[in-house]
Design a protein around this ligand. Structure first.
Ligand code: ZN
Ligand code: ZN
Length: 294
C-alpha cells in the first residue's frame, strides 16, 4: 500500500454504509444526503437492504453519491448470516434471493455486478475467522460500525481484522455509520486520498487502501523510519503501533512522554510483516490506519 499520508492530495470524508426509509433507516434518501452534506462530507453511499436505492435524481449538496446495497450470504458457523456491503451496483441481480442467500463462496461473483465489496460488522455478527478466511474478493472488514457500537457494544472488529492480516489477507479496515432507525450520523467515517472526487477515483483509492478510519480522532501524518514510527494526530490519550506477532507492538504508555499526544515517535518491532496505527482520544474515540506492509 502506498502511504496515503504521503500523497499530495486532499482528504475526502465519506460514509459508505447507511440505510434510508427505503429499508430501515431514519430518513428519506434525500434527507440522508442533506444531513451528510450539512456535516461536510464529500461522499456517501446509501446501502439499503437487498436493494439499490436510486441516487441519480437526488440533489447532491456537493456530495459524490455512490450507489450501494447491503446483502447477505448464507449463515456462518454459529447461524448468523454474513452481511456484505456492495459498492457501485446498478441493481441487485434477479437471481439473488435474500430469503435463500447464496453461500459465502459465491462472493467472488458479486464482483461481476458491483465495483467492490467488504464484510460488514464482523463482531456484531459474531463471525469467526473460520467464517471469513475461506472468502475471496472482499477489500476489507468494517473495523468500526457506529450503530453496532451504540446498540450492542460490538462495533469494533480489530481482532478478526488482525487475524485475517496474520493469515496473509491484505484487507482494509473501514469505519462506517450504518445508521438505522435513530440518528447516529457522523460518528464513524473514513478519510480518503483519491485523485479526485469522481466515483472512479474513489473506487480506485478504496481498493488501494488509501484511507484511514475514525470515530473521532484525526490522523495527519504517519511515517515509518527504521525502527521508529512518527505520528501526527489531533490530541489523543493513546497512540499505538500494532504489529502482527504475539507480544509485539508499542504504545505511548511505554514512552516517557505525557498526553495529550499530537506528535509522537514510537519504537516498533522491526521484522513484522505489517504495522498499523491506532489513536484514542479523551472521549475514548478511536482512529485506525490501514496496515503498512513492510
Ligand atoms: Zn448489517
Ligand atoms: Zn447496514
Amino acid at each position: 500500500m502506498a502511504n496515503p499520508f504521503q500523497l499530495d492530495r486532499s482528504w475526502l470524508k465519506g460514509n459508505l454504509h447507511t440505510h434510508t426509509t427505503n429499508s430501515d433507516g431514519p430518513w428519506s434518501p434525500q434527507d440522508t444526503v442533506d444531513n451528510y452534506a450539512a456535516k461536510g462530507y464529500d461522499f456517501l453511499t446509501i446501502t439499503d437492504h437487498n436493494m439499490v436505492t436510486n441516487v441519480a435524481g437526488l440533489r447532491t449538496g456537493g456530495l459524490t453519491l455512490l450507489p450501494g446495497a447491503e446483502v447477505v450470504v448464507s449463515p456462518a458457523a454459529l447461524g448468523q448470516t454474513i452481511h456484505v456491503v456492495v459498492l457501485g451496483p446498478t441493481a441487485i441481480p434477479e437471481d439473488y434471493d435474500p430469503a435463500n442467500p447464496p453461500p459465502p463462496q459465491a462472493l467472488p461473483t458479486f464482483g461481476k455486478w458491483c465495483e467492490l465489496f467488504w464484510i460488514a460488522h464482523p463482531f456484531w455478527s459474531l463471525l469467526e475467522p473460520a467464517d471469513i478466511l475461506p472468502l475471496e474478493g472482499y477489500i476489507g472488514v468494517e473495523v468500526y460500525n457506529t450503530i453496532c457500537h451504540y446498540h450492542t457494544g460490538r462495533g469494533c472488529s480489530e481482532m478478526i481484522w488482525d487475524t485475517l492480516l496474520l493469515h496473509g489477507r491484505k484487507v482494509w479496515g473501514l469505519a462506517v455509520d450504518d445508521i438505522h432507525r435513530e440518528n447516529q450520523a457522523g460518528k464513524g467515517w473514513i478519510m480518503l486520498k483519491a485523485e479526485d472526487s469522481t466515483p472512479t477515483a474513489i473506487y480506485s483509492a478504496l481498493r488501494q487502501g488509501l484511507f484511514y478510519s475514525t470515530s473521532g480522532p484525526q490522523i495527519y501524518d504517519v511515517q515509518i523510519q527504521g525502527d521508529e514510527v512518527e505520528v501526527h494526530c489531533s490530541p489523543c490519550q493513546e497512540v499505538a503501533a500494532i504489529g502482527l506477532a504475539p507480544g509485539t507492538g508499542w504504545t505511548t504508555h511505554r514512552t516517557d512522554i505525557t498526553p495529550p499526544y499530537e506528535h509522537v515517535h514510537i519504537p516498533w518491532d522491526v521484522g513484522q510483516i505489517s504495522l498499523r496505527i491506532e489513536c484514542i482520544d479523551e472521549a475514548g474515540r478511536k482512529a485506525w490506519t490501514n496496515p503498512f506492509f513492510i
